[in-house]
Design a protein around this ligand. Structure first.
Ligand SMILES: [Zn+2]
Length: 313
């Protein structure tokens, strides 16, 4: 089989934790460092620009001919197709948006989860896109951690790897994570889970749980659909570059998130909401916006726009 990708070596730290997405067995790197091979399912996975492309054949094939062989794979390849429409580097550019509201909105979803993140060890960023979280590694005081970003769209992770050499990136799918059991101290899903079809949410959460170490944490941010968020989404889809109504296919409320995490077997659940009026005060005064954000009482209920959930394995 011809390798469509260029020839580069894979990081040894990454090589220790990756595995076949399907059967979770070891991958053997071939002598010319171009291909990872699974001895169990005989699958070849290519390495492109130092990024292992650990997407199963089913996902890639379905992406090409759209014949569903099973529901979850089909669901994920549809997600992949929708994601291909997002311009490369989009998520990182959002952090530098001209709009003060957007900048505040996109930056503080990270500061809001900062206190829950481990200060050392490995963090898996599922749905990393072009590497927005990785771009804030120092800002969030994560210098002593190793961040591994995973996204289903190869062009986004290759872009991310080229721009963030201190982090590691893999192309893969959340419903069949290409990592060994107990590999990570934390798994973060930042504005990702809403892109996943309802019938695949449990598969995703169970995979996240599998790759977490004991007592490792899952941290999820997603829009709160028990708030006026739908109105914002509609406005953004109408006037913005990305159609969010098309992208956000599963809508969470605090209650639905609690239920999903419980079913997946997580415990010590902490479900909170943030972003009341704070982001909208940013154009008036950044100081006032920050103060407002800081003083929001922590509660699971109410009509704040963003849902932040933390749970333990
Ligand atoms: Zn395999």
């Amino acid at each position: 089989m011809a390798n469509p990708y260029s020839q580069t070596q894979i990081n040894p730290q990454l090589q220790k934790i990756i595995c076949c997405p399907k059967d979770k067995s070891n991958l053997i790197i071939n002598d010319d460092q171009k291909v990872l091979f699974c001895e169990i399912c005989k699958e070849n996975y290519f390495i492109k620009e130092s990024v292992p492309i650990l997407l199963s054949k089913e996902i890639i094939e379905q992406n090409n001919n759209s014949i569903p062989s099973n529901n979850e794979n089909h669901a994920f390849s549809n997600t992949k197709k929708a994601h291909e429409k997002i311009p490369t580097g989009y998520q990182v550019k959002q952090l530098k948006s001209k709009s003060k509201i957007k900048r505040f909105w996109n930056f503080h979803k990270f500061t809001k989860i900062q206190k829950y993140l481990p200060k050392e060890g490995k963090i898996l960023d599922i749905g990393c896109g072009s590497g927005a979280f990785e771009s804030l590694k120092n800002t969030l005081n994560l210098q002593n951690t190793k961040i591994i970003g995973l996204d289903i769209t190869p062009k986004q992770v290759i872009f991310a790897q080229q721009n963030h050499k201190e982090s590691l990136f893999v192309a893969g799918s959340g419903h069949e994570l290409p990592f060994k059991d107990n590999s990570f101290d934390a798994v973060v899903l930042i504005e990702f889970i809403e892109h996943i079809p309802k019938n695949a949410i449990q598969k995703l959460l169970k995979e996240a749980k599998r790759v977490l170490k004991d007592n490792g944490k899952i941290i999820i941010t997603t829009p709160n659909y028990q708030s006026p968020y739908l109105l914002i989404e509609w406005l953004h889809s109408k006037f913005g570059k990305v159609n969010y109504s098309e992208q956000h296919i599963t809508h969470f409320t605090p209650k639905r998130m609690r239920k999903a995490l419980k079913i997946a077997g997580f415990n010590k659940l902490k479900i909170t909401t943030t972003y009341g009026i704070a982001p909208f005060l940013a154009p008036i005064s950044k100081k006032l916006a920050l103060k407002t954000l800081k003083n929001e009482p922590i509660t699971e209920f109410g009509c704040r726009l963003k849902l932040i959930s933390i749970a333990s394995k």
